[in-house]
Design a protein around this ligand. Structure first.
Ligand SMILES: O=C[C@H](O)COP(=O)(O)O
Length: 289
């Protein structure tokens, strides 16, 4: 059995329902939302051998320092940040504040070793902005691609592992254009990008979040195989509606090495719930090849 990678992109589930949030997780007795999640998960994920599983949680920036300070040193939960700035800000007496940006070097200096780059949300916001300036969407996507590559390079330069997300939109799927889209997204310069510090998350945009269809296991396998035809021997995680009901099938796919999860409940009490996360992991483990 190969090693499996279960990564979680923990979106803003800390927002209280009274402020428009969706998650019902009760953290009223703690000022630190993620600490509540980590406390509920540590013993459970520690039942899996670190030789068999890697658990990485990409969490909103506000919780990074308190989490790193409070996390049980024996916890197998690894904490990552949600992308980094594309510029190298170190050296040349650079004393900028880099306001609003998150330099990889500053993340490394607080102890962050993992980051998620190119998430569909990151790509979408950048594209929305560029499309408002120029109508040449292909050129805009190319610019985003170059920016994401710089982010990967800068993160790896300070020793971080990168989960790089790729995936097609519903329109690109319907026009049967997914191979061309993925090929462009996977065209990284491997003279600069360290393949040993890289994993790929395939997250079809149309499958992410509540009330979305999920591709069949066969389709996920077809795409993962295609990704491996472009970049050999790289771990591929599937993201987009991965849940208890499909985790077993996805775990058994020959070209899939793990999952990227955000929601654990896709209806009713939408959000991320530690007990449901563990149920997904257990199902995944049952199907693990
Ligand atoms: O960021 C996470 C992935 O895109 C999957 O999201 P999801 O589990 O809510 O479908």
């Amino acid at each position: 059995m190969g090693k499996s990678y279960i990564h979680v992109n923990l979106k803003r589930f800390d927002i209280l329902k009274s402020l428009g949030g969706v998650n019902d997780l009760d953290y009223s007795n703690s000022s630190d939302w993620f600490n509540v999640i980590a406390n509920q998960l540590t013993n459970k994920v520690n039942q899996f051998s670190p030789l068999d599983y890697e658990f990485v949680f990409y969490i909103p920036e506000g919780y990074l320092i308190s989490t790193l300070n409070r996390l049980d040193s024996k916890s197998q939960l690894q904490i990552g940040c949600q992308s980094v700035f594309s510029k190298d800000v170190v050296g040349n007496n650079n004393i900028g504040a880099f306001t609003t940006y998150r330099p990889a070097s500053s993340m490394a200096s607080i102890g962050i070793k993992d980051t998620i780059i190119g998430h569909s949300e990151e790509r979408a916001y950048e594209l929305e902005f560029l499309n408002s300036v120029s109508s040449d969407e292909e050129l805009n996507k190319k610019a985003i691609q170059e920016d994401l590559e710089e982010k990967i390079i800068n993160a790896q330069k300070v020793g971080m592992n990168v989960l790089y997300c790729v995936g097609e939109s519903a329109e690109e799927r319907d026009s049967d254009n997914w191979k061309a889209v993925l090929k462009k997204q996977l065209s990284l310069d491997f003279s600069k990008v360290d393949i040993d510090k890289l994993k790929i998350a395939y997250e079809p945009i149309w499958a992410i979040g509540p009330n979305r269809p999920v591709p069949s296991a066969d389709k996920i396998q077809e795409v993962a195989e295609y990704i491996h035809s472009i970049i050999k021997d790289i771990p591929i995680l599937y993201g987009g509606g991965l849940k208890e009901t499909n985790a077993l099938d996805i775990a058994g796919l020959p070209d899939v090495d793990g999952g990227l999860i955000a929601l654990t409940n896709f209806s009713d009490n939408i959000g991320f719930y530690p007990e449901d996360f563990i149920k997904i992991v257990k199902k995944y483990d049952e199907g693990k090849k």
